[in-house]
Every structure is written in C-alpha cells, then in structure tokens.
Design a protein around this ligand. Structure first.
Ligand code: HPA
Length: 233
C-alpha cells in the first residue's frame, strides 16, 4: 500500500533520498550512477528509484517544481516512508555577480515567499536552515572530491516569472547567493517532521549578468553536485 502520491511499498525508499526537481534527472542519475536500481514510483510520472552507490543504499526521486509540489512529496516521504535525510539537488539563478555558471552552492538557509509558511507561522518568519551535520558532511565530501563550493543563503520563490527588474536587489544586498523554488519548504518540513535536509545547487543562470549555461557545462556541474550528494548516503 502506497501513500497518496507515491506507490512504493513501505521499505522500498532508502533512509537517504536525493530530490532533483526533474523526474527524468532522477532517472538519468539512477541509470548512470547507481547499481541494483529499482523504480518505486511512477505516479504522475514523478519517477523514484532506489539503488546503491558505492555499496550504500540510496534513493532518488523528482520533487517537481515549486514549494507546493515539493511539500507533498516531502510530507509523504517522511511520514509514510520514514525517510531521514532529504537532499535537494537542483539549480538556481545566481543574484551575485561573482557567481558563474556551473558553480556549486551548499545552501545554509533559505529565505522565501512560501505562502504555506506565512500561513503556518501566522505572519512570523521562520528561518529555514539546512541540517548542520549534512552541510558539514557535504562540505567535507566536496573538499575530498576537489570540487569548489560556495556556502551561503538562498531564496526560494513560488513565482519564476516576475516583471520587476529590481526584484532581487534587496536580497542581493543581504548576501543571498541565488534563487530557486523548493528549499524553504523542504528545510521547514524536515525540521517540523524530525528529518534532516540539505540543498545542493548548481548555478544554471545568473539573473544579474544574464549569463545562461550551455549543455556541456551544465552536465559537468550536475555530476559534481550529484557526487557530493551521493557521498551523504
Ligand atoms: N528563478 C527561480 N528558480 C530558478 C531560477 C530562477 O531564475 N533559475 C534556476 N532555478
């Protein structure tokens, strides 16, 4: 018996799961980087897989885009499948000029515009932060693998499209490295439900400079990010 949006049987999801936004990215990583892979979810094409990486059991599943979709899967993965470590592996638009395409960010915290958090915390502002142990382990893994990372804060938004060219000026001034669409609710729910969470992001575009990534550099930085995340299994 599965949960509402995941058809896996209990026990089919590993304690540690990687969450890319794109389910086909989950499939690609399962196909190319994991062994003994089994697909545990096809509901809504939100593909999920469990396999092993260097002998350690790990899962990977799409989260979909935005905090609404992410919150559905995070709730079910923790409550119904007992997942303990949730690691987003995604992209962000950088809002600092010195960040270039392909650089890897370890997110320490996520500010954001989650309507769910605004309602839940009744107008107060919860500081959504990554789990320190996962963050530290990811940093150590990156150093071991010789992959340069930037540590800092990010912003999670539910609106990808916006007309205001100065939308991110204040956030840039406060040191936010980049903008994405999932981490604030991931960090908040993990904390509320007793699990650990981290977000590892690659810069896919720079909102300040207008730079966008080509296919090849995107692929290389994705692999770097996945390697760091898989070391956490
Ligand atoms: N905005 C929101 N999410 C993103 C972006 C962006 O510019 N780039 C990659 N993910």
């Amino acid at each position: 018996m599965g949960s509402v949006h995941i058809e896996a049987e209990p026990g089919e999801v590993a304690e540690t799961i990687l969450l890319p936004g794109d389910p086909l990215r989950a499939k690609h990583v399962a196909d190319t980087m994991l062994e003994d892979v089994k697909c545990f979810n096809r509901v809504r094409n939100m593909l999920g897989f469990t396999g092993t990486y260097q002998g350690k059991r790990v899962s990977i599943m799409g989260s979909g885009m935005g905090m609404g979709s992410t919150s559905i899967y995070v709730n079910e993965l923790i409550k119904m499948y007992g997942v303990k470590n949730l690691i987003r592996v995604g992209t962000c638009g950088a809002i600092q000029e010195n960040l270039s395409i392909g650089q890897v960010i370890l997110a320490m915290s996520a500010s954001g515009d989650s309507g769910a958090n605004i309602a839940y915390f009744e107008g107060m502002h919860f500081a959504a932060t990554a789990d320190f142990e996962l963050l530290l382990k990811a940093h150590e893994a990156a150093q071991r693998l010789n992959i340069k990372t930037h540590q800092g804060s990010i912003f999670s938004t539910n609106t990808f499209y916006d007309d205001d060219p100065h939308r991110w000026d204040k956030w840039e001034k406060h040191g936010i490295l980049g903008v994405e669409m999932e981490s604030q609710i991931l960090f908040t729910l993990a904390k509320r439900l007793g699990a650990k969470a981290l977000s590892i992001l690659t810069v896919s575009d720079n909102i300040k400079t207008g730079a966008v990534s080509g296919h090849e550099e995107r692929e290389k930085s994705y692999v770097d990010m996945m390697k760091i995340a898989l070391e956490l299994a």
